[in-house]
Design a protein around this ligand. Structure first.
Ligand SMILES: Nc1nc2c(ncn2[C@@H]2O[C@H](COP(=O)(O)OP(=O)(O)O)[C@@H](O)[C@H]2O)c(=O)[nH]1
Ligand SMILES: [Mg+2]
Ligand SMILES: [Zn+2]
Ligand SMILES: [Zn+2]
Length: 357
């Protein structure tokens, strides 16, 4: 039995609709399955066939025999990368919190800022490494943190396979913005030791899981997050794409800074127009697309927030000043809206690179 070198699934020639398929005439020569080939060459995004249990089983297996764990955190969706159940299994392992996609943060946030912020959030980690798999930043230092056997774990799409391409020369696990690209554990070896790529873990309450593969892939950013600063008065609000809306209910004006991927618009929309705005068909490449739209059910929530970040997992986050204040939110049902201490610190808010305070 051959295994796909891109995603780790067993290759088969029987059913084109099942994972691991390769046409019979290319089986002998094939290194990767048809799905990996299409993901890589045609950006042909498909949903992952793995269940939540499959993901967890693979991650647990990878921990067996590993002396070191690289737990990968996507810095632009940090909360989705937290997993208290899985965390317990890391006890007794040398655990490095690898914070990746640092290249997407506003330039004003230093590596040190990120490191300190992360240390408080994952006190169980033995070390924190701030890197960019895409740019290759911080990789040499990370190489020195490898153990004899290192398991690379973390949420789907966090950037695990991208890191492995950097860590092991010649390793080419398939990378794509599609959720659940890696389907089985993949082992790589060099003079430093063994490193195991895993499919990852599926988070709850993330927007990416609620959308079609094309919409969810288009929310994965390629460049630094866009940010926009607003002052909101009562009844005024802002929308992120056509998926999230927030309006001020309390009396005193507040300052709001939104951070989003390049594919997501930030719009000023008054409360009386909010429902129609979220319903708007929008441009042909709008998110959600016509296929996703009917599947998304919106709900209203009342929130009281302080000077903190309100995370909209998959869309970015909004950061508040001059609070506490009360807001009404309209968002997809089931979306998690975690709060946290601000990632971009006070006095570092900028638009067009200008400090405002
Ligand atoms: N900007 C940026 N994108 C990244 C980085 N690492 C991964 N990505 C992108 O994130 C998506 C998921 O990456 P992948 O390595 O397949 O994630 P995995 O599911 O954890 O293995 C792909 O679109 C990558 O190009 C990074 O450091 N910076
Ligand atoms: Mg992967
Ligand atoms: Zn494959
Ligand atoms: Zn869609």
């Amino acid at each position: 039995m051959k295994t796909c070198k891109g995603c780790g699934i067993d290759l088969q020639t029987n059913d084109p609709n099942l994972p691991g398929y390769v046409p019979e005439n290319v089986y002998e020569k094939a290194e990767v399955c048809q799905r990996c080939f299409r993901l890589t060459h045609y950006a042909d995004y498909t949903a992952s066939p793995l269940s939540e249990e499959d993901f967890m089983d693979a991650a647990t297996k990878a921990l067996d025999g590993a002396d070191t764990v690289f737990q990968v955190f996507d810095i632009i969706d940090f909360e989705s990368s937290l997993n208290p159940t899985f965390e317990k299994l890391l006890f007794r392992k040398n655990t490095v919190a690898v914070v990746t996609k640092y290249d997407l943060l506003p330039e004003i946030v230093s590596e040190k800022d990120v490191e300190e912020w992360v240390k408080k959030r994952v006190p169980y980690a033995d070390a924190v490494a701030v890197v960019s798999g895409k740019k290759g930043w911080g990789i040499d230092k990370l190489k020195d943190m490898r153990g004899r056997v290192t398991a690379v774990v973390g949420t789907t799409n966090a950037g695990k396979s991208t890191l492995i391409q950097r860590l092991v020369q010649g390793a080419k696990p398939t990378v794509s913005p599609s959720l659940g690209t890696t389907l089985g554990n993949l082992t790589f070896e060099d003079e430093k030791g063994v490193i195991v790529d895993t499919p990852g873990l599926k988070p709850n309450g993330r927007l990416l899981e609620m959308l079609c593969p094309v919409c969810s892939a288009s929310l994965v950013p390629n460049k630094r997050l866009n940010s926009k600063l607003f002052q909101l008065k009562p009844g005024q609000g802002l929308a992120l794409g056509n998926l999230f809306y927030l309006s001020l209910k309390s009396e005193n004006p507040v300052v709001v800074m939104a951070y989003v991927p390049e594919s997501v618009s930030i719009s000023r929309v008054n409360r009386d127009r909010a429902e129609s705005f979220l319903e708007e068909a929008g441009a042909p490449d709008a998110i959600p697309c016509a296929e996703c739209k009917p599947k998304i059910v919106f709900e209203k929530r009342d929130l009281r927030v302080g000077d903190e970040d309100l995370v909209v997992p998959g869309l970015g986050w909004v950061s508040f000043r001059h609070t506490p204040a009360s807001f009404e939110v309209i968002c997809p049902k089931g979306l998690g809206l975690p709060r946290r201490s601000p990632l971009v610190r006070r006095g570092k808010h900028t638009t067009t690179g200008k400090r405002i305070r």
